[in-house]
Write a new protein. Sequence first.
Length: 94
Amino acid sequence: MFVYLAMIDTPDDQQKFERIYNQYRFLMLYVAEKILQHREDAEDAVHQAFISIIRNLEKVIDTGVKLRQELDSIEFSTQHIEDLENPNKDFYVK
């Protein structure tokens, strides 16, 4: 959590991210593990998803159902899971 918070500039955005992280981290890990069938890959996918959330934090409206809709609209989870399923993908060269 501290690594993520260090990437965020304002206290308000840090609080917003902390609420998102605490609300969704276990669900995201559960879904990623079900899809990937490998704990470490699931953790990597969730980590990348949280990085994407931080990069798009200004797009997230932090209000209950609307928050869920906004997170769903940031297409992070599918892309990172597809990346992990592709063994030829180099994650570090972009």
